[in-house]
Design a protein around this ligand. Structure first.
Ligand SMILES: Cc1cc2nc3c(=O)[nH]c(=O)nc-3n(C[C@H](O)[C@H](O)[C@H](O)COP(=O)(O)OP(=O)(O)OC[C@H]3O[C@@H](n4cnc5c(N)ncnc54)[C@H](O)[C@@H]3O)c2cc1C
Length: 436
């Protein structure tokens, strides 16, 4: 008899032991993608309801292979992991050497947006046409009466294998070349920039990561996209995404409770309720609008606008993690802890990133078009028009001066902060700030 293959995470949410007993024979499941679902599978296996656990089909590298690669390493540099992935899966390789002669094209992929442009000059993203299933899902969700966040709107992301393949083809053909240089850039009128919007189908398991990276590689080998663009995309999918997934398991269940910077501020109501219109700063308002209207913003908005704000204001990391997981369409149990607790909030004390991702308004000004007509001035740290990121940055450096002084990558920020003649006034202003 053929095994019945079920996704363990779906089991965790929708099916319990009684239902499995009705199947009448043990099932075969794929490796779950969260601790909670893994515990459930263990229980079901002990009860004889699960016969076998196969590697997850949503990642290229299995957990067993990662354990083998990790060996007795105590730290896992993303760059080492990424190179091992490229070599193991033979992606963008010429024999033992990386195509183009270097592994890392980050330097070419950090361009600010083109001067004066309101949008990137690329074809828009592929979007699906809704069908009866969408309508029925909407109706079921409405009938279930679950609490929701954000605004309903047309579906924007691929959710079937066929849709995912079409979305991938469209991205590679029309958008990948611009994804490279403008990976980190932000334009207020261009919500998708040249991003792939593939996190949803990848995380749902309807698009395999190796299919995605092979398509980018082929486009480069056919001369259609530069190596920096193809490598930039491969780095995200075969590097970062897989790295985050394995760190989730490696860091364990207690990771979610980490709070190295002792951040205890509750999320303000305007943030939790996605009341974007209550926000004055153009960059923060636009990012929150994206979450409210699409359940999605691109990486730099997540990290350097939303995450940076939360870090500076000391929002409780676990509460913030739950907010991200609830509000974003691609939020899954495995992906949020390393990205929010680790990369964005440094709440793990440096297990994931060697320094916190915090910056003042100058970064937002360089990488976006938000500042020129904003009510706040990124150069100002004091006064009614002081940028909350610039002033918030100095207040944050002051709060964590001891920790930052001890890290050679951040010590200079502490020395610069100590030279600010108006620091006391900035600290007073930021402790009373209500307008962001
Ligand atoms: C605070 C924060 C929260 C995030 N939350 C999520 C999340 O809930 N779900 C999620 O899939 N990604 C998350 N990311 C990572 C990344 O921002 C999104 O994967 C990306 O913005 C999704 O849009 P895209 O598909 O257009 O990605 P692109 O910019 O086109 O990148 C291609 C692919 O790379 C992968 N990728 C790149 N970086 C990461 C990363 N750090 N972690 C995981 N995958 C990565 C994604 O699968 C993505 O689809 C988060 C990052 C931060 C800093």
């Amino acid at each position: 008899m053929q095994p019945l293959l079920v996704f363990a995470d779906q089991l965790g949410r929708h099916v319990h032991s009684t239902a499995l007993e009705q199947v009448g024979r043990p099932v075969v499941v794929h490796e779950p993608t969260s601790h909670a679902a893994a515990d459930l599978v263990d229980r079901l296996r002990r009860d004889g309801l699960v016969a076998d656990v196969l590697p997850t089909p949503t990642f290229a590298l299995s957990r067993a292979e990662f354990t083998q690669w990790a060996g007795d390493r105590e730290t896992f540099r993303m760059e080492d992991f990424y190179r091992a992935q490229r070599t193991r899966f033979d992606v963008l390789m010429d024999g033992e050497q990386p195509v183009g002669g270097k592994w890392n094209h980050d330097h070419d992929n950090r361009e600010p947006p083109p001067k004066g442009a309101r949008t990137l000059d690329v074809r828009g993203p592929w979007t699906p046409t809704e069908d009866d299933i969408d309508s029925r899902v909407r109706a079921d969700l409405d009938a279930a009466g679950h609490p929701t966040v954000g605004q309903d709107g047309p579906r924007l992301f691929a959710v079937t294998h066929t849709e995912a393949r079409t979305a991938l083809r469209h991205f590679v053909r029309h958008r990948l070349a611009a994804f490279g240089p403008y990976e980190d850039a932000v334009l207020g009128d261009d919500w998708a920039m040249a991003h792939s919007l593939l996190s949803v189908p990848l995380n749902m398991g309807v698009l395999h990561p190796l299919d995605a990276v092979h398509a980018a590689e082929q486009a480069h080998r056919a001369g259609a996209v530069p190596i920096a663009a193809a490598e930039g995309f491969v780095r995200q999918v075969l590097g970062w995404r897989e790295y985050v997934w394995h760190l989730y398991w490696r860091f364990g269940k207690g990771y979610l409770r980490r709070n190295a910077l002792r951040a205890h501020a509750p999320l303000p109501d305007w943030w939790a309720d996605l009341d974007a219109d209550a926000v004055t700063a153009n960059c923060l308002r636009t990012a929150l609008q994206g979450v409210r209207d699409r359940g999605w913003t691109h990486h730099i908005q997540r990290l350097m606008i939303l995450g940076n704000h939360a870090l500076q204001r000391g929002y409780q990391p676990r509460e913030l993690t739950e907010w991200f997981a609830t509000a974003f369409v691609d939020g899954y149990g495995w992906v949020m802890p390393p990205n929010v607790i680790g990369m964005s909030q440094h709440a793990d004390g440096g297990m994931m990133a060697t320094k916190p991702y915090s910056s003042g308004g100058a970064y937002v000004n360089r990488m976006s078009d938000h500042c020129h007509d904003c009510a706040f001035d990124p150069r100002k740290r004091l006064g009614d028009d002081a940028c909350p990121y610039t002033a918030g940055y100095w207040a944050w450096v002051h709060r964590h001066a001891d920790l930052l002084a001890g890290n050679h990558r951040t010590a200079r920020a502490v020395s610069a902060m100590r030279r600010l003649a108006d620091l006391d006034a900035v600290l007073d202003q930021e402790s009373a700030r209500e307008r962001f």
